[in-house]
Design a protein around this ligand. Structure first.
Ligand code: BDR
Ligand code: CA
Length: 323
């Protein structure tokens, strides 16, 4: 069977890094590129993180391209309070040699033109790169087979304001340009479902017990995130949003979806809010919005892929409901 051609547009980021790991170890994907945007951490450090993460799993072959360094209009606010000063948990402080040419915003259209209707874009950070591409050429993203976005909060509170989720809040103007383009085949994976993807203390302890370089890495980078979740919201463990997009691409039964019209607020108290009108159902460009998630199915997939030599222990821990 032919592989799924994938571009990951990301801002690694602790949960972005876990998404890169899941994609990188999954043979179903042909990862064309990882394109980077400023978000959780500024674009250069985010690119260093992406490169180091891919090296960790022997995927130096995947090209990493830097994209936009700043949001389109508003001042840039990173998420180092959540992800650490280096964007990946303050353990490694990765440094890599990464060129700035060609830019992600040039490379994505090139791949799309070369492989029309074949590439899936997984957007895991602010939508600045994708909006900039639309500004340069309003049609080219239509060549994507599908665009799946982690962002927004529809029927739950935001994580940056009562109504806004970080990726859309960081660059609301980009998110608005993206959704106002009315692209077909767009799926939104909002906080409504990702907040259920809680990497629990027991899962983290099981991963630590596997005692491999990858298990150490995953344990190390999630420590800062766990502390943040405890101090901010008295949650034990950490919510890992972005790998859910990759998990869904591997197993479509993980999410249930509903069509809707997504609009983004760019000003005032509701800046970054994603407003979804579920009343319209017949327009062909309507997006799909994730409504519910099978979190156990996701974690079985995620843990088995990353730690496949521990399949038996993972199954046993799930069966015993210990994780
Ligand atoms: C999103 O914001 C970032 O902090 C995470 O990487 C994720 O993409 C969650 O709101
Ligand atoms: Ca992200």
């Amino acid at each position: 069977m032919s592989k799924i051609k994938l571009i990951l547009d990301a801002d690694p980021g602790i949960d972005d890094s876990l998404a890169l790991l899941l994609a990188g170890v999954s043979p179903e994907f042909e990862i064309m590129a990882v394109t980077i945007v400023s978000g959780n951490i500024e674009v250069h450090q985010a690119a260093c993180n992406a490169k180091s993460v891919m090296k960790m799993i022997g995927r130096e072959d995947v090209p990493i391209y830097k994209g936009c360094a700043l949001p389109l209009k508003r001042n840039y606010v990173d998420a180092t309070d959540t992800h650490g000063k280096d964007g990946i948990g303050e353990v490694y402080f990765f440094k890599e040699d990464i060129s700035i040419h060609p830019s992600a915003v040039d490379v994505i259209p090139q791949y799309l033109r070369k492989h029309p209707n074949e590439i899936i874009i997984a957007a895991l950070g602010p939508l600045t790169n994708l909006a900039t591409i639309i500004q340069h050429d309003p049609q080219v993203l239509r060549l994507a087979k599908e665009i799946v976005i982690m962002g927004g909060s529809v029927n739950v509170c935001g994580n940056c304001s009562p109504v806004a989720e970080y990726n859309f809040w960081c660059d609301p103007h980009a998110a608005k340009i993206f959704f106002d383009a009315h692209l077909p085949n767009v799926t939104l994976v909002p906080l409504d479902v990702t907040y259920k993807i809680l990497f629990t203390p027991n899962m983290r302890e099981m991963v630590r017990q596997f005692k491999s370089p990858l298990s150490k890495f995953v344990t190390d980078i999630t420590g800062f995130y766990v502390d943040f979740h405890w101090s901010q919201e008295r949650t034990l463990g950490c919510v890992i949003n972005d790998p859910l997009v990759v998990g869904y691409l591997l197993d479509r039964s993980i999410l249930s979806l509903k069509k809707g019209h997504i609009q983004i607020e760019t000003e005032g108290i509701a800046m970054g809010e994603s407003v979804v009108d579920f009343r319209e159902t017949d327009i062909e460009w309507l997006s799909l919005i994730a409504q519910s998630v099978d979190e156990r199915k996701f974690f079985r997939l995620f843990l088995s892929r990353l730690f496949n030599s521990h399949q038996k222990e993972i199954d046993l821990m799930i069966e015993k409901r210990m994780i």
